[in-house]
Design a protein around this ligand. Structure first.
Ligand code: BG6
Length: 508
């Protein structure tokens, strides 16, 4: 890999959590791997009055706490800290952007960073329009002398209207090519590996369609609750927080047609086509195709756990969903009639994200099945943890007769190489520096995803009688989510920590 061009990365919200937990540790790792440009400055901005040294000290502490590097040594940390600088500013004050401009041109002169700037919005989303406008007014988004890139984090709006408004605003200030919208799931190695699994192997493609696939299930379960983010989460909920972005992007990669090349727009065009083919839900379909839930207090491994309504920052009467499961269809030749099921939830039994392809049964089954064994082949693409792939198929049990049992064939990503798998932020930050937008959401993808979500939001808003089911913290969500699954006796998979296990009782 070639190092990106020399540049300054300006982080707005540099004293916040995202910077400390994700951005700085990822940038540190890139530096250790020598994947940053030879001239590379990180300029933190924020309201807090830090000197450069205070900022360096604070960032070194975050590296110690959150770095994923196996060994963190002082020399690497000092070297990294030398590239850190800080400027105190108020995001809403125009004159402060003039100060920023002067500081940046000083850095360019001293460090030869060639006027290449990347602006990272590690701030609440409500600040994106104000900051972008002020940066633009100061002339800092105008390319010419160097490149100017602008990174924002999800959520990109809170519904279709606000997403359109945000895009309109950004497009009035810069070109779409300058905007990098981070959906950190796309930065995960194993999410990218979905593309490789599908398109580097000849064996899957002939089966990857409505003729052979019975249903597709995508789960992203978390064992944590809302932690310190109750305030944000209560106005968002699982649908906005996880489905509109991460789960739909995984759906896109699972369902897309082979792209013609690895050009950024080839892949993104194919994902967009999947989003455009999602069968629109009508408000009236919502109670039948969407189940929402909220965790209630319970005891997990002997410890009392609060219900969602008792979390910090959450309304005591909140009707915000911490769990959502959706059944939908993709109206195209490949997928017509195949149900897709996606679900996500907080305070579930374990943290697991996976894509499960259920193949159709054979047309005529000859054998006896061992009790409880499955009736269809499954391909499980495990995104996290125990990243890997599992194929489940039938084999004869040794002995007389033809008793058949389901067996597992598994590949674990960790067996592939002894290297640490880079974090999503490492990959994404590297790609922005290198100017590769492939793994970032484009404006039309974002808006089309919101369009699909909108009827669910409307139905919940307009019909308060649509139930929100309580589920005890530490369980798999409302049991009636199983009713979504078409077919007698079929349920969701109940994955375990280890890829090769499943069922309600397993290591979590
Ligand atoms: C974030 C959501 O985008 O993704 C969080 O806002 C969620 O609520 C997180 O916890 C999950 O990410 P990961 O990488 O831990 O699966």
């Amino acid at each position: 890999m070639q190092n990106p061009e020399r540049l300054v990365l300006i982080i707005f919200g540099a004293s916040g959590d995202l910077t400390a937990r994700k951005l700085i540790p990822a940038l540190f790792s890139l530096k250790v791997q020598k994947l940053v440009p030879d001239r590379f400055i990180i300029l933190g901005t924020g309201r807090t009055a830090f000197s450069d040294d205070d900022f360096r000290k604070k960032m070194k502490e975050s590296i110690k706490l959150y770095s994923e590097e196996k060994v963190v040594n002082d020399r690497d940390m000092d070297e990294f800290a030398n590239s850190l600088s800080y400027i105190q500013m108020n995001n809403t004050s125009e004159p402060d952007y003039e100060k920023l401009k002067v500081r940046l041109s000083g850095i360019d002169d001293d460090c030869d960073t060639c006027g290449n700037y990347i602006f990272y919005m590690a701030t609440p989303p409500s600040m994106y329009p104000v900051i972008s406008e002020n940066i633009a007014l100061a002339g800092l988004l105008k390319e010419g002398k160097g490149f100017r890139r602008f990174i924002i984090e999800k959520p990109f709006g809170y519904d279709l209207g606000s997403a359109r408004e945000l895009n309109r605003k950004l497009h009035s200030l810069m070109k779409e090519e300058q905007i990098y919208r981070i959906d950190h799931y796309l930065g995960k190695e194993t999410v990218q590996n979905v593309l490789v699994t599908r398109f580097a192997n000849g064996i899957f493609e002939p089966l990857w369609n409505r003729n052979y696939i019975h249903r597709v299930e995508i789960t992203s379960a978390e064992s944590i609750g809302v932690e310190e983010r109750g305030g944000y989460y209560d106005s968002s909920g699982a649908l906005r927080d996880m489905v509109q972005n991460h789960l739909l992007q995984m759906t896109g990669l699972t369902a897309m047609e082979p792209p013609s090349s690895l050009e950024p727009d080839s892949i993104r065009n194919e994902i967009l086509k999947v989003f455009q083919s999602l069968q629109p839900l009508r408000e009236a379909d919502v109670p039948k195709q969407v189940i929402r839930g909220q965790y209630t207090g319970s005891t997990i491994r002997g410890e009392c756990v609060n219900g969602y309504r008792f979390e910090k920052g959450v309304d005591r009467e909140s009707r915000t969903e911490t769990y959502v499961a959706v059944k939908f269809y993709i109206n195209n030749w490949r997928w017509g009639g195949v149900p897709f099921y996606i679900r996500t939830g907080k305070k579930m039994p374990t943290r697991v994200t996976e894509i499960v392809i259920y193949f159709k049964k054979t047309p005529h089954y000859l054998f006896q099945r061992a009790e409880g064994s499955l009736v269809s082949n499954q391909l499980v693409i495990r995104i996290q943890p125990d990243e890997g792939i599992l194929l489940r198929f039938d084999m004869k049990e040794p002995g007389s007769g033809f008793n058949v049992k389901n067996v597992n064939m598994d590949f674990h990503y960790k067996d592939l190489a002894d290297i640490r798998v880079p974090s999503a932020y490492e990959r994404l930050l590297y790609d922005v520096m290198a100017g590769d937008p492939t793994l970032f959401s484009r404006n039309d993808e974002v808006e089309t995803a919101w369009k699909f979500i909108e009827p669910i939001q409307d139905a919940w808003k307009n019909n308060p009688e649509i139930k929100i089911y309580g589920y005890p913290a530490g369980t798999w969500g409302p049991s009636n989510a199983n009713d979504l699954i078409e077919g007698c006796g079929l349920t969701w998979r109940y994955p375990c920590k280890n890829l090769t296990d499943d069922g309600l009782y397993c290591e979590l």
